[in-house]
Design a protein. Sequence first.
Length: 85
Amino acid sequence: MSEAKPYRISKQEVWKAYEKVKANQGAAGVDEQSIEDFDKKLKDNLYKIWNRMSSGSYFPPPVLAVEIDKDGGGKRKLGIPTVAA
């Protein structure tokens, strides 16, 4: 008997989210993994994310806090998430 996944998340939804992340061209997060590194095992990495999300075992990793300059002077914190964990 096969068990149903607790959340209905399609692989297509994970792919669309990945495309948005890639289009953003952001910096690596606390895991120091770049999009280029993630792409080296793209199919496996996307499957792992989908599997964790649909099974309910995915928890987002910490966000890297970086201070950036504000237009009017001063600084503000910017959160940089990881590509995957």
